[in-house]
Design a protein around this ligand. Sequence first.
Ligand SMILES: [Zn+2]
Length: 799
Amino acid sequence: MNAKLIRRLSAFALLLTALLTLWQFSAAVHAQKTEKVKTAHPPWSADQKAAVKTEASPNNAEYAAKVKENTTEPYFMTELVDHLPASDKIPSPDKILGYTVGAPGHLTYTKDLYRYYRELEKTTPRVRTFVAPEKSEEGKEQLLVAVGDEDSIAKLDHYKTITAKLADPRGITDAEAEQLIGEGKALYWASGSIHSTETGSPEMLMELAYRLAVEETPFIKAIRKNVVVLITPALEVDGRDRMVDTYNYRKANPGKNVPPLVYWGHYVAHDNNRDGLGMALALSRNQMKTFLEYHPTILHDLHESVPFLYTSTGTGPYNAWLDPIVIDEWNLLAYHEIEEMTKRGVPGVWTHGFYDGWAPNYMFYVANGHNSIGRFYETFGNSVADTLDRTVRAESQRDWFRPNPPQPRVKWSLRNNVNMQESAILLAMNFVSNNKDRFLKNFYLKSKRSVAKATNEGPAAWVVPSDQTRVVEAADMVNLLRLMGVEVHTANKEISVKDQKFPAGSYVIRMDQPYSRMADMLLDTQYYNVNDPRPYDDTGWTLGALRNVKTIRVTDKTVLQMPMTLLTRDAKVTGTLSTASSPTAYLINHNAENSLVTLRFKLKDLKIAAAEEPFEAGGQTFNAGTFIIKTSDNSGDLKARLSGPVADSGLKAIAVEKLPELKSHLLAVPRIAILHTWTNTQNDGWFRIEFDRLQVPYSYISDQVIRDTPNLKEKFDVIIFPPVAGSAQSIVSGIPVRGAPIPWKGSDVTPNIGLGPDQSDDIRGGMTLRGVLNLQKFVEDGGVFIPITNCARDFTGLL
Ligand SMILES: [Zn+2]
């Protein structure tokens, strides 16, 4: 059976190339004088605290009473959030939603989050909403909200121009920068719920926006003065709505099994924040594009896992390509929050001992990788909006970085979570406002030092030579860099530097540009010190190696003097079709480009053979696997049928009048299925993304289809089983068949579940042994079963 599998596998080598690539991957000026900042600390004496209260606008006593009621202990509260100002014309969240933020029993759908922000926008000049560039994979809007004083919001475009100028110091002098820093605003961007089971931040952010817009305490006024707060209400829009669905199902079906959050976004689950290198998800691209539009000073990603509030610095080793200033900024902000929260008597606010800071695969690298500050919180979240008795394990241990640890047992509420997040982020925003010039100056300095990189630490440039095998993949790689704001040039003529020559048309990524660090980070080789602690995430990610694209690190600075042209649009390789007076065949060399598979499926009605050995024809050499499209095998105007798809593919189809004798076989157009379980769908999502991108058609089937289809070969030629965690037994058995059925399907209570990639009346049970036998028969019938990683290990044993 193994031999059969191996023989069949060879027919799908190019498909695997695509899979491997994927797997490794988942792997403007208005003169307004700003007053000089006076103090680096927010008010905090009894007198100052009293001053906060007396200067405050009238408060909504009823709201404050609810907040108090929903907080389990007085020390999970601060004076920053124990009240909410009242307003006759601007609605607080409860006026629109019908409940106070953090009230038990309520998680808010994105449509209602957006409804609230749009009501705020209608009623106050201090709030504006924008829609992110791309819709979610399931067609939903992602919102961006800006909150600041009236003047800042009215002149937001102007302030964006200032941060854009500071982001690219090549166009300004230090004196101009100084003036821009004085005039500019710091942009503090809070991003909610990228992780759908971490449900508190979308609730908290509504109250934060209201408070920032309405409250007239000196503390909040100080924030509005120097900071524009940007809010992404919920980053993973599809996942947020499905999470609210499952919670509502729980409430509507007491005592019944609740569906786990099988699908978050359309494709992936928790690893949606590990898409910072691939930018395969709409949410990643939206963050990147939004960053490049606003150049926020800080991007703050809100997570919920460890108690009670972990504020990020990481343990190191730190990413070696970052300007070390940002490491200091992480610490500066974290320790300010810890000190201020601790002064207020709040336990369990700490830093350091969680996550390292090495890999740039995280979403917040849209900031860290671009000379800004990327940071995150982990607060304690219950996932559901119910108050629960919780046990704290390792984090209740006192340590040098956690001198005031969380208690080992705690009654925890959604409102506690809201209090922690909102208090701490307000402290950070106030600190940034009070130190606005300092943060903007650091941003400018980091940007400047990135431009100086070429002549300081180097290299001078990275070159992606034009004379390489995978030119389509090379273009795709430089387009990814461009998506990240990296400037890419093409050589106007041959480049000749010390010991190296590169042909005209080669891509040149200069290191004398603002985002040189991001480019160098992605193209360089990583050396993770074996003596360092086990990494939190990936150790290496070199893009050239991952994509099998030749990249050359050039240290000779004369490369920067070579004539080159800036790419102003994405690189595109257009395929060519050569002619012959009476062609016998068109040959497309197998150069392992991913576009070969796209072309084959686009030309599914053509008979295409694959060479089984290298050969020469028409004076050129061709690799084994070369596509042979014979005129005698295919009717009609072959040239006309080929020209469009070949042009799109970036490949070269060469007409030859004579073909040598060679071994070949006809290529199948396999009916492919991607198989998923109902226990874990994340990994198959990464596969689906790449199949969709490469336009390879497939059926998406569950283990229950395997169980219920005795003749799988009748329907499929290839079944791909992406990695699922667990033992063979747990993969085969699936979710235990106990209690009531667990549906994963659209209903009045769960409308968003119906928008996802698959549905079932009952997700329990797995493929069962019957499914295993059906798979065995499928293979015996000549089907190709491709289990991957642990599925391969476990299933080769079973079959
Ligand atoms: Zn998270």
